[in-house]
Ligand binder design. Structure first.
Ligand SMILES: [Fe+2]
Ligand SMILES: [Fe+2]
Length: 166
């Protein structure tokens, strides 16, 4: 495999840190849900946090396999959300959209540089992002309907429905 260019190293390292940031953000979202007894949503966010940590490790290992030492840098505080279910779901979607943009940018650079290994590596994440955004979009749609119709009572029903997604 060719040596990674300095640009690709920087972008891969940045994405590794984005995944770590996603991990702590989902952890934070999950804590709020758990505190307010939205057990399904808490489990959903907690599962996402685990996945993000796995993504972080994939980037870390990819850099190591290509002979580069990854650099852990300071992580900004998790993105905060208004204290309600809908806002927590929207915060998660914003996070995923930001992540998708960054992954697509990384993939584009790899393509320009004809680094096929990195292109193939990022393909996995492009598919992953599509799935995560679609799932959150669906949950937001349902949560919006439920919230505007009947408020708190049905949100708990939504919560048990989300539990089935985990
Ligand atoms: Fe991720
Ligand atoms: Fe994600």
């Amino acid at each position: 495999m060719p040596k990674l260019s300095p640009t690709l190293i920087a972008k891969l390292n940045k994405q590794m840190m984005n995944e770590l940031h996603a991990f702590i953000t989902y952890e934070q979202l999950s804590m709020w849900a758990q505190l307010h007894l939205y057990c399904g949503i808490a489990a959903y966010f907690s599962e996402q946090a685990k996945e993000e940590f796995e993504h972080y490790k994939k980037y870390k290992n990819f850099l190591l396999e290509r002979g580069v030492k990854p650099s852990i840098c300071a992580i900004e505080a998790p993105i905060s959300a208004e204290p309600n279910v809908l806002s927590h779901l929207k915060t998660a979607l914003r996070l995923e959209e930001k992540n998708s943009a960054s992954i697509l940018d990384l993939r584009e650079t790899a393509e320009k540089e004809k680094d096929v290994g990195t292109v193939l590596f990022t393909d996995y994440f492009v598919k992953e992002q599509e799935l995560e955004e679609a799932r959150l979009g669906g949950l937001i749609e349902v949560a919006t309907k439920v919230q505007s119709a009947t408020g708190e009572g049905l949100l708990f029903q939504l919560d048990s429905m989300i539990a089935k997604f985990v």
